[in-house]
Design a protein around this ligand. Sequence first.
Ligand code: NAI
Length: 252
Amino acid sequence: MERLKNKVALITGSASGIGAATAKLFAREGAKIVIADINAEEAEKQAAEIRDRGGEAIAIAVDISDGQQVQQMYKQAIATFATINILHCNAGVLIIGSAETPPEEHWHKTLAVNLTGHYFCVKYGIPILKKAGGGAIAITASISGMMGEPDLIAYDTTKGGLINLTRQLAVEYAKDGIRVNSISPGWIDTPFNDPIYELTPLDESSLDKMIPLARQGTPEEVANAVLFLVSDEASYITGHNLVVDGGLTIKI
Ligand code: NAI
């Protein structure tokens, strides 16, 4: 049960949902954890919960869309744990809108967090992984990056971008012993989808009818997939997009 023993893992967007579940699972597998999130108060609560269970964790407040804050985040992480071996780029935002409807700022905000924010995290994180002799990166994309959905112009664009960012990084950094994979969750039960429920008549029971496994996924089920991809069990897997969606994308 110590698949990540002696590893340091930094997880963005880990004050809530999928990131928080991944942080707890990684801690149970022996990793030291950096909870990095824009929500400082919730991030500290998550780190405290891990410490209360006997793990090692710190919280760092960061807005990943700001390159200077991302550099500062890494400085703080290194000051505490000396290195980083695993990076889970997971933070994201969802803003509803089509090409004509939302103000331009919504497009820019979504790209700033969901794409440029991840770019900053790998730009400044990869040198640290290289110095550590290699490592693993997991990027939370989405099934939204594999299809077109009404009213999600910016979100769908960024998530498609992340799937290909993953492939580009995988090819570029294989020589440095860094594996890079993405995870594409389907409908996962976190506060993230609240804006969609507000917009459309979809409710949880109609979702259950749409999904072959007939329910939403849990953050813990996504965390298990992330753990597999960053662990040595996936040592020959890089550039892969692992879909965790209860069969939603293979159903007509
Ligand atoms: P969540 O809302 O529970 O967690 C998202 C976290 O990201 C929050 O803690 C939030 O404070 C943080 N965050 C937002 N903007 C940030 C920024 N600029 N800098 C740092 N942290 C920031 O949502 P959930 O569901 O755990 O989402 C995590 C990832 O999973 C996102 O990238 C999302 O796109 C993706 N995803 C979620 C799905 C779902 O159904 N819940 C489906 C597919 C993908």
